[in-house]
Design a protein around this ligand. Structure first.
Ligand code: GLP
Length: 252
C-alpha cells in the first residue's frame, strides 16, 4: 500500500477496487463503532459498490444508522428501478441491513422541487448533520450531481445534468435519450458540511480527474476539488485511479 498523508487529507492507494472498497468499509465501520446511530451519506453509481460489498461482508451492525442519499433524477416514474431511491433501497437499505425508511432520498417527484430541496436541507439539519459522507467522482469532476460550474457553497437544488454525465449514465438506460436531463442534488456546500468525507474511485478512466480533484486548483471547473477545503477527508483509490497523482510515497 502507498499513502500520502497530511493534516487534512488521507489518501490510501490499494491494489484493487475490492481492496479500496475494504479500506473504505473500514472507515465506515470505525465511524459506526464510535457512534452506532451515526448519520451516513450514501452515494450511488458504480464507485461505492466495492465499499458496499465489503461492508456487507463485515457484518457491521447498521441497524441504528440513518442516512441521506446525495441526489436523485427528476422525471423518472415512482419506483423506477433506475432511480437512485431504488438503488439505495436495494444496495444500501436491504443489503446492509438498515431499517426501512432510514435513508432519505431527495423527493424528485415533488410538485414544488425548490421546496423539496429546502426540505431536504432541513431534514439533514434536523438529523444533526451527516457524520460520514461517502462520495464517488464523475469523469468531469462532478460530486453528487454538482456539474462543473457549480458554486462551491451551493446547497440542495434542481440541476441540469451535463451531457457528458448523461452519456456516462446511459449504460443504466435502454437508450441515451432516456437519461433524465434534470436532478435534485445536494450542493457542494451541503456535502462540505459533513463531518468526514470518504471518496472512493477506481479504474484508469478516473485517474486524470482524481489527480485534478486532489492536486489541482480548487475551482468550480472541477467540483470535486472542493474536497481540498474540508478538514477531514479520506480517499481510497485503486492503483489505476491513483496513477496520475504525484508525490505519493510508501510508508515505512
Ligand atoms: C453519478 C452520481 C454520482 C457518482 C458519479 C460517478 O452520476 N450522481 O454520485 O459519484 O456519477 O459515477 P460512477 O461511480 O458510476 O462512475
Amino acid at each position: 500500500m502507498t499513502a500520502v498523508k497530511d493534516n487534512i487529507m488521507t489518501v490510501r492507494i490499494l491494489d484493487s477496487p475490492e481492496a479500496a472498497g475494504a479500506a473504505g468499509a473500514a472507515v465506515v465501520r470505525d465511524c459506526v463503532q464510535d457512534k452506532p446511530d451515526a448519520v451516513l451519506g450514501f452515494a450511488t453509481g458504480s464507485s461505492p459498490l466495492p465499499l458496499y460489498n465489503a461492508l456487507a461482508e463485515t457484518g457491521v451492525d447498521l441497524s441504528r444508522v440513518r442516512g441521506f442519499a446525495l441526489d436523485e433524477y427528476v422525471g423518472l416514474p415512482p419506483g423506477d428501478p433506475r432511480s437512485y431511491a431504488a438503488v439505495i433501497q436495494s444496495e444500501v437499505v436491504q443489503r446492509l441491513g438498515l431499517p426501512q425508511g432510514a435513508v432519505q432520498v431527495p423527493d424528485a417527484a415533488a410538485a414544488d422541487l425548490d421546496a423539496a430541496a429546502r426540505d431536504y436541507e432541513q431534514a439533514i439539519r434536523d438529523a444533526g448533520g451527516v457524520d460520514l459522507q461517502i462520495l464517488g467522482i464523475g469523469h468531469n469532476g462532478h460530486v453528487a450531481f454538482n456539474e462543473p460550474g457549480a458554486a462551491l457553497d451551493s446547497r440542495t437544488r434542481v440541476e441540469q445534468l451535463a451531457e457528458r454525465t448523461r452519456r456516462a449514465n446511459a449504460r443504466f438506460f435502454d437508450s441515451p435519450d432516456e437519461v433524465p436531463t434534470r436532478c435534485l442534488t445536494q450542493g457542494i456546500g451541503t456535502i462540505l458540511d459533513a463531518g468526514h468525507l470518504l471518496l472512493i474511485a477506481h479504474g484508469a478512466d478516473k485517474a486524470e480527474i482524481v489527480a485534478r480533484a486532489l492536486q489541482g486548483p480548487v475551482s468550480p471547473d472541477c467540483p470535486a476539488s472542493a474536497l481540498q477545503l474540508h478538514p477531514r477527508v479520506t480517499v481510497v483509490l485503486d492503483r489505476a485511479a491513483a496513477a496520475h497523482l504525484t508525490g505519493t510515497r510508501t510508508p515505512s
